[in-house]
Design a protein. Structure first.
Length: 191
C-alpha cells in the first residue's frame, strides 16, 4: 500500500530538481523561472481524524493513503466522520525563479482563489499548506549543464540542467533561486 504524506515542512530536494528541470524565460533580468499548477480530484474514505494532533488520514479509490498533519486550528475537522466517503480536490501551485544577489525576494506568491462551490460551504473543509525555500547559486557549469546550489543550512547540491532550460547563461554565482509551493486541499463530504 502506498502512502502520501502532507506534512509541513514538506519541501524536499525533489523540488529543487523541478526548479532546474523545467525553467522558462523570465521577464525580469532574463533569469530562468518556471510556474506550474495542477489540480487533482479523487474520491476517498475518511480513515482517521485526530483532533488533538490536528491530523486527517484519507484513503483514495486507488488505495493510496493521504495523511494531512499540522492542520490549523480554524479548520473544522469535526465535519469529517471516520468511514464516510469524501471528494478530495488538491490544487498545487509551484513557482521557481532566480533573483540577483541583494535583490529583494518577493513575499510568498498566493495560489489563485480556489475553494468550494456555492452552497457547499457546510459540507467542505479547506486545508492550505505553503512552503518557501531559497538557495544560492554556487557554480554554473555551462559545458556539462550542471548547477551547484547551496541550501540555507549550508549543504551543497549539484543538479543536472535539462537542455530546454532557457537563459541559463544569465544565472551567476550569488544569484538566489527561490522556490514557493502552495497546496490547497478541499475535502467535500458526500451528500
Amino acid at each position: 500500500m502506498r502512502t502520501q504524506k502532507y506534512v509541513l515542512p514538506f519541501f524536499t530536494i525533489a523540488l529543487l530538481i523541478l526548479t532546474i528541470v523545467g525553467c522558462e524565460q523570465a521577464q525580469k533580468a532574463e533569469k530562468p523561472s518556471v510556474e506550474r499548477t495542477a489540480e487533482h480530484t479523487l474520491s476517498a474514505t475518511v480513515e482517521a481524524v485526530d483532533m488533538e494532533k490536528r491530523s486527517v488520514t484519507l484513503k483514495d479509490e486507488e488505495g493510496v493513503t493521504h495523511a494531512f498533519t499540522n492542520i490549523k486550528a480554524d479548520v473544522p475537522l469535526e465535519k469529517l466522520v471516520v468511514g464516510k466517503t469524501v471528494s478530495m480536490t488538491i490544487y498545487h501551485k509551484e513557482i521557481n525563479y532566480a533573483v540577483e544577489e541583494g535583490e529583494e525576494i518577493p513575499v510568498d506568491q498566493e495560489i489563485r482563489a480556489v475553494g468550494t462551490k456555492k452552497g457547499e460551504e457546510e459540507r467542505s473543509i479547506t486545508i492550505v499548506q505553503a512552503q518557501n525555500l531559497t538557495t544560492t547559486v554556487k557554480e554554473v557549469d555551462m559545458v556539462n549543464r550542471m548547477l551547484t546550489l547551496v541550501m540555507e543550512d549550508g549543504m551543497s547540491v549539484t543538479l543536472p540542467v535539462r537542455d530546454d532550460v532557457k537563459n541559463l547563461e544569465n544565472l551567476e554565482p550569488g544569484d538566489k533561486v527561490v522556490s514557493q509551493v502552495t497546496q490547497v486541499i478541499i475535502i467535500t463530504l458526500e451528500k
